[in-house]
Ligand binder design. Structure first.
Ligand SMILES: C[S@@+](CC[C@H](N)C(=O)[O-])C[C@H]1O[C@@H](n2cnc3c(N)ncnc32)[C@H](O)[C@@H]1O
Length: 503
């Protein structure tokens, strides 16, 4: 497969492997629940900090990164040299892929400045077979008179963790339409919509003549065949489902009654009328912050994000936006019962995101609120990036608590996200192996070195309190047990910090 190359690509690739783990520092909790997360900080570090806890757990990632339009917006700069922009995106996409669930998908808005390079970059990171679609979203309906050619659409590149063929079973269809139903023939079954009874191409058993009620004989239009065999058509006629027009002499159409239509398969053509546009998004922001002198300049409309989350996720799923801007994704996820993580580097994380989400908790009625019957409630945690968890020699920062190191160790050993509460030496059992961590005196002061050293007494305590018949992996400061005893007990001992291998 051909790959995109650019100046310093090697460093960008290295950056994705070398990002240090940082701790997340909780600053405040808003509302009555802390399950949602707003992080202020550079998303490269923030995404890495999330890996031990959220790897493979995020159902839908939506990002709206700076498009590299060479503009300086009020709240952020959008002016990188082309290679630098690619180097900025690459390691972030690698980390985002790691966070994506097996049934998850990532949606990225972009315009013509970088769209075609981003497509090739994402092919490399997510796989060409994992490319789902390039949605064409009509972002403006008015003409840009100063431009040579006015830009009226953005691209939304969509990739899944699985291949496109397999992702079909994970995505939701859009609600069937409620308009366009009539009853010109007073059908006792009620209003209906006409579906054309033709199909593209030539199929021999769908190329017959049809006698219409008026006596006129009709044949398929040029280049097309009928929508089904003659036998199927006769069945539909006997059910009263075929309409030949007012005068009974037109080509047949099939009646679909109200409520009968199944969900609509999403298409790549996203109109402003159906999905909202930039003007709608700006109006939403102005209504939310009436007295704001510096309204956020490049928001997305809530409707657009709602459609994406509807297709790609269900209530309760985890949503991630690592270029959060004015928190549109978080607000929509909140109102539609998803859990979310939003990351924003700028000060507007505090000046715009927090107040917007507080208003959502209070039940604000802008954006999609009325359509989804939003009444308020819920909450979120606000965090900033804390110190690095490990220094350059791999030594553990003293600020790292037992539960945090446990999460890293568990994820490193099992590849699974750390969702359990870590408050005892036994972290869990995975594929028949029990993992233990002796750190920060988790066994209490009664034991040597506060229980951080694997002695005969500590092993006895472990066997008494957390017995496990199979293989054991035990992390500790050191061990006083000899190789023979460790082997007899089926223990693999790993020394902190040297064996805590953080990528
Ligand atoms: C186009 S805006 C997103 C707008 C958002 N979709 C909305 O509806 O408001 C891009 C955002 O990404 C943020 N950003 C850029 N680089 C970042 C980084 N490295 N880490 C975190 N945020 C970043 C910018 O500060 C800006 O707010």
């Amino acid at each position: 497969m051909p790959f995109l190359d650019w100046v310093n690509k090697n460093q960008a690739q290295e950056a994705s492997r070398e990002v240090p783990y940082h701790l997340l520092k909780q600053e405040a909790v808003y509302g009555d629940s802390a399950e949602n997360l707003l992080i202020q900080g550079d998303n490269l570090l923030a995404l890495k900090a999330l890996i031990p806890f959220y790897a493979g757990r995020v159902k839908c990632i939506f990002i709206d990164p700076p498009y590299n339009t060479q503009s300086a917006f009020t709240h952020y700069d959008d002016k990188l040299e082309h290679s630098q922009w690619l180097s900025m995106m690459y390691p972030r996409l690698v980390l985002l892929r790691e966070l994506l669930a097996e049934d998850g998908s990532i949606w990225v808005t972009i315009d013509d400045n970088e769209a075609h390079y981003l497509k090739v970059l994402m092919d490399e990171v997510f796989g060409r077979k994992n490319f789902i679609a390039n949605m064409v979203w009509q972002k403006r309906t008015s003409r840009e008179n100063r431009a040579a050619v006015g830009s009226a659409h953005d691209h939304i590149l969509v990739y899944a963790k699985v291949t496109a063929v397999n992702w079909k079973e994970f995505r939701n269809t859009l609600p069937a339409r409620e308009t366009g139903f009539k009853n010109p023939d007073n059908d006792p079954s009620g209003e209906w919509r006409a579906i054309p009874f033709t199909a593209q191409g030539y199929r021999k058993n769908q190329m017959y003549e049809i006698d219409t009620p008026s006596g006129k004989v009709v044949t398929p239009p040029r280049g097309r065949c009928w929508g089904a065999t003659e036998q199927s058509l006769n069945q539909l006629i006997s059910e009263g489902r075929v309409y030949f027009g007012k005068s009974g002499d037109a080509q047949p159409t099939i009646k679909k009654y109200k409520g009968e239509e199944s969900g609509l398969v999403p298409m790549t053509w996203w109109t402003a009328e159906e999905f909202g546009d930039n003007t709608a998004a700006k109006r939403e922001i102005l209504e939310l912050f009436e007295n704001d002198d510096t309204p956020f300049g490049t928001p997305k409309p809530e409707n657009l994000i709602e459609r994406i989350l509807h297709i790609a996720s269900n209530s309760g799923d985890v949503i991630l936006d690592s270029f959060l801007g004015s928190a549109t994704t978080a607000a929509v996820a909140h109102k539609t019962g998803r859990r979310y993580i939003g990351i924003e580097m700028g000060d507007h994380a505090r000046t715009h995101c927090i107040p917007r989400l507080q208003k959502v908790i209070e039940g604000e009625q802008g954006g999609i609120s009325q359509a989804v019957n939003w009444q308020g409630g819920g909450g979120f945690r606000f965090c900033t990036l804390g110190e690095a968890a490990f220094d350059e020699h791999g030594r553990i920062n003293v600020a790292v608590k037992f539960a945090t190191l446990a999460a890293y160790v568990w994820h490193f050993e099992t590849g699974e996200p750390s969702q359990q509460t870590f408050d005892q030496p036994l972290l869990g059992i995975h594929n028949g192996t029990a993992y233990y961590l002796l750190y920060n005196g988790i066994l209490g002061d009664r034991r040597p070195a506060s229980g951080n050293v694997l002695t005969h007494a500590v092993l006895q305590a472990i066997n008494d309190i957390f017995p496990h018949a199979g293989r054991k992996v035990i992390y500790g400061e050191t061990t006083r047990l000899g190789a023979a005893r460790l082997a007899a007990e089926n223990i693999t001992f790993k020394q902190i910090p040297y064996d805590v291998k953080m990528r």
